[in-house]
Ligand binder design. Sequence first.
Ligand code: FES
Length: 139
Amino acid sequence: MYTEIVMNHFENPRNVGEIENASGYGAAGSAHCGDTMRIYLDIDENQVIKDCKFKTFGCGAAIASSSIATEMIIGKTVNEAMLVNTNALVEALGGLPEEKVHCSLLAEDAIRSALWDYAEKNGITIEGLIKPESNIEDH
Ligand code: FES
């Protein structure tokens, strides 16, 4: 059973779309189900995430996870955004059924992939960030 927060984000997802010339772009795919997620970040000169958009081709839990993830990382620095992981997402959603936790992991992977892209483009290091495995067809 999904929480009201999950249903709310699934039915009214926030920040759907793309950002042109994004400061960071990341994509992730679930080996578990084949669903995919793309994250676009607009980051200012102080390394603060000014905007974040997503496109998710996936289940309701994946859409809710990515929607709430965008709300959680907007306004944060790139280092703070590292704290928005699967545990934080599940907690913010008021919980996910055990078999749906991997859907929030997809959001964590996509965010980190976008942060990696930003870090590479700008020659910076984000503490705790490791190179993501590219596991989907990118474009
Ligand atoms: Fe694929 Fe949820 S079942 S992301």
